[in-house]
Design a protein around this ligand. Structure first.
Ligand code: GSH
Length: 205
């Protein structure tokens, strides 16, 4: 399997963490490439008409995207198969948590495009504030929920950890997400020590 991705994408990181946690890191070759919403990458376009990473290339089947489908595929491929709980309340909790983590990533990636990546004439303070509000509101909900169930390793806790890692990576100067969120911060401090997180830290290409 080959994973097309950008080294700075939190969605790509989520897939890589899952590859590690399911014992498949050695089976997933990671190929890093660059792209933005206004500068698509032909290698990605050929595999995913939506022009987004991550994309998982398979030997004998069409490519898989987006990250939510990739992580479920990897989990299903694994003999461990433990990141998606079986049908029942635990499953919906994990999927809901994944949505919250992914939602932080979506808003934070989008806000960055309108602040740093995009041209200055498109910097739109109200739009950026709206995205950052989504991030902080979601962080407040996570703070109120970070507790006992979060000891379990699920696709939900992985997505939240990758979202927080992205905030540290891109927003450390402007968003002190730990302030007033001690429970979440303590949980993350432990989670980020996992081998899978350490092996996939963001870096600037
Ligand atoms: N919902 C998608 C989001 C993926 C996404 O937004 N990827 C960004 C990189 S962080 C991207 O490829 N952006 C290029 C574009 O939007 O054209 C997923 O979970 O895979």
């Amino acid at each position: 399997m080959e994973l097309l991705g950008s080294p700075t994408s939190p969605f790509v990181r989520k897939c890589r963490v899952v590859a590690h946690e399911t014992g498949q890191a050695a089976d997933v070759k990671v190929t890093f490439l660059g792209l933005t919403p206004v500068a698509p990458n032909g290698a990605v376009t050929r595999q995913n008409p939506l022009d987004k990473v991550p994309v998982l290339l398979l030997d004998d089947a069409p490519p898989i995207f987006d990250s939510r489908v990739i992580v479920e595929y990897l989990d299903a491929q694994s003999r461990r198969g433990r990141l998606f709980p079986n049908l029942g309340p635990a499953r919906w909790r994990a999927l809901r948590l994944q949505t919250l983590g992914d939602g932080i990533m979506d808003a934070a990636v989008l806000a960055r495009f309108y602040t740093v990546t995009g041209p200055e004439k498109y910097h739109w303070p109200e739009f950026i504030d709206g995205q950052i509000n989504k991030v902080t509101q979601t962080l407040d909900v996570l703070e109120s929920e970070a507790g006992e169930n979060w000891q379990d390793l699920t696709i939900g806790t992985i997505a939240v950890a990758c979202a927080l890692g992205y905030l540290d990576f891109r927003y450390s100067a402007t968003l002190d997400w730990r302030s007033g969120r001690n429970t979440l911060a303590a949980w993350y401090a432990t989670f980020t020590g996992r081998d899978s997180m350490r092996a996939t830290e963001h870096y600037q290409p």
